[in-house]
Each structure stands twice: as structure tokens, then as C-alpha cells.
Design a protein around this ligand. Structure first.
Ligand code: ZN
Length: 274
């Protein structure tokens, strides 16, 4: 297929387009053709430009606070011209409270000031050819990992007082830990005991003491996901999946990515987890 064509537009009256120009350049660096409408465009002008330029996607930017009225008007103007199938993404200074409203009005996705241009570019590529990139949401919280000094010591509270069923205890040599799984509904607790001094769990215990160590998310296609994350510049602890407990494939995302929470991606083969 040819280059992805993107219209970048700034509806409304604000007179700053540095941000829009930065985004336009970033998308060009990702191999897209970018048409910039310039400042102070009306929703109708934007819809007309998108149709004339035959773009694949429209990116709206607003710093003026008028996004709640102007963004939905762009969607309406597109629909009135039978161009409601052109996806619209938006960014700028947009309070997170306004995001659900704008999504409901037909904006595909809002990128807040914390989003990187790489994430935006990858999202657009995914919109245009969904088979290329697939970030389906994780299916569930697979488990919550809790670092403990001793599984034997810790286990009785979970089994006797919470009444949870101990599914099994196994050593995961790749992570230097012994783990115990306790099923709780669709999810599990994973108690983690260090196997040796250089185990990351031992280091965690030395630094912080016992407590929540990570949250694991059940995903499909872990390798594809890791590849996408690498492309998007998401900081990973493991760039390739390792074999984890219960014959799962696992990889950790750097805690800086998720607000200080260590996230584990894990994929269980069909049927291995009952
Ligand atoms: Zn885990």
C-alpha cells in the first residue's frame, strides 16, 4: 500500500502551532504524508480539506479549550459529507475528564501531553492496517506477585484464613525464585520466595521488605506484543519472553512505564491453565 496520508488540523482560535508542526514532522519521519491546514480552521474547512486531500486519518490539535465543541463539529461535518469513515484522532491540552465525552462523540483516540509521537504514529498505522499491529487489551490480571521471605511461613494465612486453594509450588530457575500459586476467582496470588542471594526477589526483599512485587497481565501473542512495544519505544526489562511458572511465557515491562508498578506480561498455552 502507499503512504498513509494524514491531515493535521487546528480548529479554533488559538494561535500556536508549534505542537502541531512537531507532530507533523514526527509522522513524516514515520513515512507518512502529512498535510497541515494551518491555524484557525473551521470544522467545515477541516472536513472539506480531508475529503479533497483524500486522507486516511485526521489529527486534530487544540490548546484553546474549545475541543469539547469543535472536535464533535468536525465529526458532524464529515458525516454530513458522507466521510464519517475517516478516523479522527486528537491531541493537545485536553483534560482526561473530557476524554470519555470526546470518544463518545466519535473521536477514535485522544493523545494527552504524556503520549509520545511514536505511540501516535504506531496507533495511526494500526488504524489503517489493523493486521500490522495488534494491541488487544490484556485478558485479565493473571496474578499478583507477592515477595515473601518464606513460602512455608506465608502460606497458612492464604489457605487457612482466606481459604484459597494452593495450586502448586514450583521453582522457576530463570527468575531465581520458588513460586506458590493460590487461585482467587479468575486470578491468582503468586508468592515469590528467593532461591538464592542474587535472585531479584532477594534484592527486592533487601530493599523494600515483603510486599507486592508485580502484577501479571494475561495476553495473547506475547512475542508480537513485545515487538510492538520495542518499536513504540516502551522500556522493557525482557525484550524476549522467558519460560515462567506453569509453562507460561513471561516478560517484564520496566516499572517506569507503568507509574512505578512492575508489570509482567504472561501467556499461558490454551488449556494449560485451568
Ligand atoms: Zn509473576
Amino acid at each position: 500500500m502507499g503512504k498513509i496520508r494524514v491531515l493535521i488540523a487546528k480548529p479554533g482560535l488559538d494561535g500556536h502551532d508549534r505542537g502541531a508542526l512537531v507532530i507533523a514532522q514526527a509522522l513524516r519521519d514515520h513515512g507518512m504524508e502529512v498535510i497541515y491546514t494551518g491555524l484557525r480552521q473551521s470544522p467545515i474547512q477541516i472536513a472539506q480539506a480531508a475529503i479533497q486531500e483524500d486522507v486516511d486519518v485526521i489529527g486534530l490539535s487544540s490548546l484553546s479549550g474549545a475541543h469539547r465543541t469543535l472536535f464533535p463539529k468536525v465529526i458532524e461535518a464529515l458525516k454530513e459529507r458522507n466521510a464519517g469513515d475517516i478516523p479522527v484522532v486528537a491531541g493537545g491540552v485536553i483534560p482526561s475528564e473530557d476524554i470519555p465525552y470526546l470518544i463518545e462523540k466519535g473521536i477514535n483516540k485522544i493523545f494527552t501531553s504524556g503520549s509520545s509521537t511514536d505511540v501516535l504514529a504506531n496507533y495511526i498505522k494500526q488504524l489503517i492496517s489493523p493486521e500490522a499491529i495488534n494491541v488487544a487489551p490484556p485478558k485479565k490480571i493473571a496474578h499478583i506477585g507477592i515477595a515473601v521471605q518464606s513460602i512455608d511461613q506465608a502460606i497458612s494465612f492464604y489457605t487457612d484464613m482466606l481459604g484459597l486453594k494452593l495450586e502448586g509450588v514450583e521453582a522457576v530457575e530463570s527468575e531465581g525464585v520458588k513460586v506458590a500459586f493460590l487461585k482467587i476467582g479468575e486470578s491468582r496470588f503468586e508468592l515469590l520466595e528467593p532461591l538464592h542471594e542474587s535472585s531479584t526477589i532477594q534484592k527486592f526483599l533487601n530493599k523494600k521488605g515483603e510486599g507486592i512485587h508485580h502484577i501479571a497481565l494475561e495476553v495473547d501473542n506475547i512475542e508480537d506484543r513485545l515487538t510492538q512495544y520495542k518499536q513504540a519505544g516502551v522500556k522493557l526489562i525482557n525484550e524476549e519472553a522467558n519460560t515462567g511458572a506453569q509453562s507460561s511465557q513471561i516478560a517484564f515491562i520496566h516499572p517506569k512505564v507503568a507509574n512505578g508498578v512492575l508489570l509482567e506480561l504472561c501467556q499461558h498455552d490454551e488449556g494449560s491453565e485451568s
